[in-house]
Design a protein around this ligand. Structure first.
Ligand SMILES: Nc1ncnc2c1ncn2[C@@H]1O[C@H](COP(=O)(O)OP(=O)(O)O)[C@@H](O)[C@H]1O
Ligand SMILES: [Mg+2]
Length: 146
């Protein structure tokens, strides 16, 4: 039996760069429905685009036979997003700090850093079927349009 709660929104995309736009479109629609202010909507959109890019590039390695599933859960003022790929994962402890002097001029290695800074929680779930990045943010009254 599958006891997982059902997401309010979900989308399955293929492992190509152009799919990022589809994921961002969905998130913008959700943010709009929630009446999130533009700054919060943009922060959520950039977080999703980084997570989805990682799923496409590092997770599924552009494999046409592999998919990515995006699930969005809304509960009270909290949004939780899950991005699941079909790749073999990585070790989050080995991530480089992009603001260390030797990394500061590199334009890669910033996605997870951005995600962690924009969201309240960022977690990784590594399973045999793939990697899932789960992030969430709890919004307050200033996050919503009047
Ligand atoms: N879904 C994923 N599957 C496998 N490896 C990943 C995934 N997401 C992130 N990574 C690993 O974490 C590293 C850092 O990701 P990120 O901060 O987005 O930087 P970048 O994508 O520019 O390398 C990646 O280079 C990759 O090694
Ligand atoms: Mg990245």
């Amino acid at each position: 039996m599958d006891n997982q709660p059902k997401p309010q929104y979900s989308l399955t995309i293929s492992s190509e760069r152009s799919s990022i736009r589809n994921a961002v479109n969905l998130v913008e629609k959700v943010a709009d429905k929630m009446k999130l202010v533009n700054e919060e909507s943009d922060n959520l959109a950039i977080s999703v685009s980084e997570a989805v890019a990682n799923a496409i590039i590092h997770g599924n390695k552009f494999d046409k036979n592999k998919k990515i599933k995006i699930s969005i859960f809304i509960k009270n003022n909290r949004v939780t997003v899950k991005v699941k790929d079909q790749g073999s994962g990585f070790n989050p402890k080995e991530l480089n700090n992009p603001i260390d002097p030797e990394n500061i001029s590199k334009e890669f290695g910033r996605g997870i850093f951005i995600l962690r800074n924009l969201m309240d929680t960022v977690d990784f779930n590594f399973t045999k079927s793939g990697t899932e990045v789960i992030f969430s943010k709890n919004y307050n009254k200033n996050s919503f349009k009047k």
